[in-house]
Design a protein around this ligand. Structure first.
Ligand SMILES: Cc1cc2nc3c(=O)[nH]c(=O)nc-3n(C[C@H](O)[C@H](O)[C@H](O)COP(=O)(O)O)c2cc1C
Length: 190
């Protein structure tokens, strides 16, 4: 599949299955991520791959984070919410946590470094699509949570840019949702 077709075909798939991307395919996907535009080449991206037992162990981090959020907010954590949190990562055989780890640089400030990580994630999604995998980019409360950041060993001031779900899409007949027309948000300025 060429790049233009992969870009057009990429869509969010809520539930993904085995087979998971192979190590060779992950290498291609992360190589694509490394080709992202990156002002002043800070390489602000960090990726953590969750698969198998590590995915289960990370689910417990999400549960701990949820309990702490509820405690701070004075809410009771319901059994249902705990179950949802514990099983979230089961929506795909591999979940990649994409993070932005910032460097001080007046010429390539924090927002530019964040954009570079966004570009890296998009490259990864397009490469995965091109290899025939399904993908979904998710965030939510966990992406802003200090317990989750701590478990990854990143600073509280760094960002979790997304939980990137990867696997095989069984909805093979599914088409991307309708998108805006090519020039809908474009003007020729004069
Ligand atoms: C930064 C970012 C965060 C996202 N977080 C979520 C999320 O938490 N939950 C979700 O259902 N979709 C999330 N999405 C996916 C978007 O909802 C999805 O891309 C959008 O609905 C368009 O659908 P498509 O990806 O199929 O084209 C996120 C996308 C981005 C770029």
């Amino acid at each position: 599949m060429d790049a233009i077709e992969a870009i057009a075909r990429r869509r969010s798939v809520k539930r993904l299955h085995d087979p998971a991307p192979t190590e060779d395919d992950l290498r291609i996907m992360f190589s694509a991520a490394m080709a992202a535009p990156d002002h002043r080449t800070h390489r602000p991206w960090r990726f953590f791959v969750l698969q198998g037992e590590s995915r289960n162990r990370f689910a417990e981090v999400l549960v701990e984070a949820l309990r702490a959020q509820d405690l701070r907010a004075g809410r009771t954590t319901t059994e249902e919410a705990l179950k949802t949190e514990r099983t979230k990562l089961e929506r795909a055989p591999i979940v990649v946590i994409a993070c932005a780890v910032f460097s001080e640089d007046i010429k390539a400030p924090r927002d530019e470094q964040l954009l570079a990580v966004g570009c890296a994630v998009q490259n990864l999604l397009i490469a995965a699509t091109s290899l025939g995998y399904g993908t979904m980019w998710r965030t939510g409360e966990a992406a802003r949570d200090p317990v989750v950041k701590g478990a990854l060993g990143i600073d509280e001031s760094d960002e979790i840019v997304g939980f990137i779900y990867l696997g095989t899409d069984s909805e093979t007949s599914g088409e991307p949702a309708a998108r805006p027309r090519a020039f809908e948000f474009v003007e020729w300025w004069d």
